[in-house]
Write a protein that binds this ligand. Structure first.
Ligand code: R5P
Length: 289
C-alpha cells in the first residue's frame, strides 16, 4: 500500500503512513504556465494499492478535480486499487435542488468519484436528506464517525456538561455522543435564511443554567449556526460554552466571531486548523488495515 498526497492534507497523509507502516510518497502537483494541471507520481505504483489522502477543504473544487486526475493517473500507471481517503467530503450539503436550475452537487461529485476511484473512506459526511452514502455512491463508501473520540474529549475536558445540537440533523452527533457518555442533550430547530444568516429556536428545553454547554455539529463553516446556538445558551444562563465541530472549515473569521461570544472552538484534524484537538488518524488507520 502506498499513501500519496499533494500540497494539502500532507500532515494527515504522513501520519497515516506512519500509523499503518506504509510507504508515503509526495505527488508533484503544479500548474503549467497557462494554468493547466500538471501531475506526476514520484514512486512506482504498478500492481499496488494507492491511497490518496485529500480532505476536500481548503479549495473543494480543486480537491475534486485533482483527486480525479490522481486516481486516473494511478490506474493508468497500473495501480491495482485506488482508495480515496477524504476525511472531509465537500458538496454533501447540496443534496437537493433548493432552487430551480441549481446543480445537485453531491450527486455530481459522487458520479465523478464513482468513475475514478475504487473505494472511498470519509469521516462523518453531511447526511441530511440522504440516509446513507449508498444513496449516491456505487463504489464501497465507508463512513467513519468521530463520535467516540468527541465523547471521550467531552468526558475528559468538560465538567458537568450538557450537549446541544444546533439543528435537527445534528442529532447524529449531539444526541449520539450525549447518550454514549450519559449526559442530557437537546437539538434546536434551525431556519436558514441565507448562506450567512440562520436563526435557531429551542423546541425541547433542557436545564442549561449553570451548566457547561457543549454545542456539537458536523461542520463549522462561517460559525453563524454555532453563534446563534451559543446566544440561546447564554440567554439561559450557561456557565461556559464549547463548540465542537468534526470539520472545522472556519471561514470568514469564524473563530474570532465565536471568541467574542466566549465560545471555545474545538475541532478534529479532518481539516488542518489551530483548533484541532481531536486526532482522527487512528480511526482511518483502523479502516485501512
Ligand atoms: C449544515 O446543516 C451543517 O450541519 C452546519 O450546521 C452548517 O454547515 C454550519 O454552517 P455555518 O457555520 O456557516 O453556520
Amino acid at each position: 500500500m502506498i499513501i500519496v498526497s499533494s500540497k494539502h492534507s500532507e500532515d494527515l497523509a504522513q501520519a497515516l503512513a506512519k500509523k499503518t507502516r506504509s510507504e508515503y510518497s509526495q505527488l508533484t502537483v503544479k500548474e503549467f504556465p497557462d494554468g493547466d494541471l500538471y501531475l506526476k507520481f514520484n514512486t512506482e505504483v504498478k500492481g499496488k494499492t494507492v491511497v490518496i489522502v485529500r480532505s476536500f477543504q481548503p479549495l473543494p473544487n480543486t480537491a475534486l478535480y485533482t483527486t480525479i486526475f490522481i486516481a486516473e493517473t494511478a490506474k493508468d500507471l497500473g495501480a491495482k486499487e485506488v482508495i480515496l481517503v477524504a476525511p472531509y467530503l465537500a458538496f454533501m450539503r447540496q443534496d437537493k435542488r433548493f432552487n430551480p436550475g441549481e446543480a445537485v452537487s453531491s450527486k455530481i461529485m459522487a458520479k465523478l468519484l464513482n468513475n475514478s476511484v475504487d473505494k472511498l473512506i470519509t469521516i462523518d459526511p453531511h447526511l441530511h436528506r440522504y440516509k446513507s452514502l449508498k444513496d449516491i455512491f456505487k463504489i464501497p463508501a465507508i463512513k467513519i464517525t468521530a463520535n467516540e473520540l468527541i465523547g471521550d474529549y467531552v468526558k475528559k475536558n468538560v465538567k458537568d456538561p450538557v450537549i446541544i445540537g444546533p439543528d435537527w440533523e445534528s442529532y447524529q452527533w449531539a444526541e449520539k455522543i450525549a447518550n454514549r457518555i450519559n449526559v442530557p442533550s437537546t437539538v434546536l430547530r434551525k431556519t436558514r435564511h441565507s448562506y450567512r444568516e440562520v436563526s435557531v429556536k429551542v423546541v425541547k428545553p433542557i436545564e442549561i443554567k449553570g451548566k457547561n454547554v457543549v454545542i456539537v455539529d458536523d461542520i463549522i463553516s462561517t460559525g453563524n449556526t454555532i453563534a446563534e446556538a451559543a446566544k440561546q445558551a447564554k440567554k439561559q444562563g450557561a456557565k461556559s460554552i464549547t463548540a465542537i465541530g468534526v470539520h472545522g472549515l472556519l471561514i470568514e473569521n469564524a473563530v474570532t466571531k465565536l471568541k467574542r461570544l466566549e465560545v471555545k472552538v474545538v475541532t478534529t484534524n479532518t481539516i488542518k486548523h489551530k483548533t484541532n484537538e481531536i486526532d482522527v488518524v487512528g480511526l482511518i488507520a483502523d479502516e485501512l488495515r
